[in-house]
Write a protein that binds this ligand. Structure first.
Ligand code: SF4
Ligand code: F3S
Length: 383
């Protein structure tokens, strides 16, 4: 057991393996306010990576409706019950405000010699991926209308492997069949080493390792590494029609850079938050919380910074640098490692430092003439 600093919980924590941080860490920001749960990401991932035998109920990417949806069933509430609640302590004020977790992480709960706290889902838990989809928190009676508050709510949570800083799957495997790539922090299962012990599945709080009953080995999201190696975004990111996703790298060898869109949104402005930071794995998918959902619920998932993130999101209109970074979501198939706001445009550069995208703050409007002079035809859809 070594002590490792976990910035998401504001303190050191116990972790079974030591390894230097990767040269850079693959990371994602998902804007929950924009997700429409069309499952295009789910289908893009499934048809590309998990359409074989034994993979019928394996979804490396899934989108579930909160509060009632979960895949596998109750993956999060079961672990929260076992953990027995979490406790955050506030230190500092204003921009220096930091929260420290005072309750134990899954690596600490049962003591240093025990595996991470977890649970193994049953086959039945995987049998209904869509259970709870579109279920809302209460009844909507006839005549109900919007009055500026949302007493009844739900939101969509898109989920992939978090390629964690301190992966529980890796820590738990007795065969050391799981590794984290030093070049980009992507977490992979070595299929030749894996013997199907399933300790990884039990340990991953997010249940993002899956057992393939035909291969008798575990599988997980590979972070689309063949695409990442070419500088391209993951398939779930490229296919997202809601443009809710941004894929990039967090800086690990120094201070966060204000011109790196991921560093800027996550580390500098803290607009996007990790899911269940209290479990201690240091997940690298960051979520912009849904502004219409009560904080009491959101804080159990995204930690204590929910209200600040919501305020930032609501004020985006007047925050040009942050808005510029947000405009790059879904704007390019290339991974953007640098951005700038130039006049009325947000500009992005790819891993080869080539300018690949320029998004205007205001989309231009074109009016077409009623008569198309070239063809002599009248248009019926002009303004
Ligand atoms: Fe491992 Fe789960 Fe973290 Fe992915 S989300 S790296 S499978 S612990
Ligand atoms: Fe290890 Fe998980 Fe395989 S615990 S042996 S990677 S099933």
């Amino acid at each position: 057991m070594v002590k490792r600093f976990n910035w998401q919980i504001g303190r050191e924590q116990d972790y079974p393996y030591d390894a230097p941080p990767p040269k850079r860490q693959v990371a994602y920001v998902f804007d929950t306010n924009k997700c429409i749960e069309c499952q295009t990401c789910t289908v893009a991932c499934k048809t590309s990576w998990t359409s074989g035998k034994g993979q019928e109920t394996i979804f490396w990417n899934n989108v579930e409706t909160k509060p009632y949806g979960s895949y596998p069933q109750a993956w999060d509430s079961k672990l929260m019950d076992k953990c027995g609640g979490c406790e955050w302590e506030k230190n500092g004020e204003g921009d220096n405000q930091l929260y420290q977790l005072n309750s134990p992480t899954i690596f600490e709960k049962d003591g240093p010699d025990k595996p991470p706290l977890g649970h193994l889902p049953t086959e039945r838990d995987y049998s209904s991926p869509n259970l709870g989809e579109d279920d809302i928190t209460g009844m909507v009676d006839q005549g109900h209308h919007f009055e500026g508050l949302h007493p009844v709510w739900m939101f969509y949570l898109a989920r992939i492997c978090n390629h964690c800083d301190h992966p529980a799957c890796l820590a738990a495997c007795p065969r050391k069949a799981i590794y984290k790539r030093p070049e980009d922090g992507i977490v992979l299962v070595d299929q030749k080493r894996c013997r199907g012990y399933q300790e990884c599945i039990k340990a991953c709080p997010y249940k993002k390792v899956f057992y393939n009953i035909i291969n008798r080995a575990s599988e997980k999201c590979i972070g689309c590494y063949p695409r990442v190696e070419q500088g391209n975004v993951a398939l779930c990111v490229e296919s997202c029609i809601g443009k809710i996703r941004l894929h990039g790298f967090l800086t690990t060898d120094g201070e966060p850079r204000a011109d790196n869109p991921l560093d800027y949104i996550v580390k500098i402005r803290k607009l996007a938050l990790p899911s269940y930071p209290q479990f201690g794995t240091g997940p690298n998918v960051f979520y912009i919380p849904p502004v219409h959902v009560p904080n009491e619920f959101l804080e159990q998932i995204f930690g204590p910074n929910v209200e600040d993130a919501k305020k930032l999101y609501k004020a985006l209109k007047d925050d040009r640098q942050l808005l510029g970074a947000m405009m790059l979501f879904g704007a390019s198939d290339r991974i953007l490692i640098r951005f700038e706001v130039q006049g009325d445009e947000a500009v992005g550069w790819d891993v080869d430092d080539k300018e690949v995208v320029r998004v205007p703050f205001t989309e231009p409007t074109y009016y077409r003439k009623h008569l198309d002079e070239k063809t002599g035809a009248y248009r019926q859809n002009t303004a």
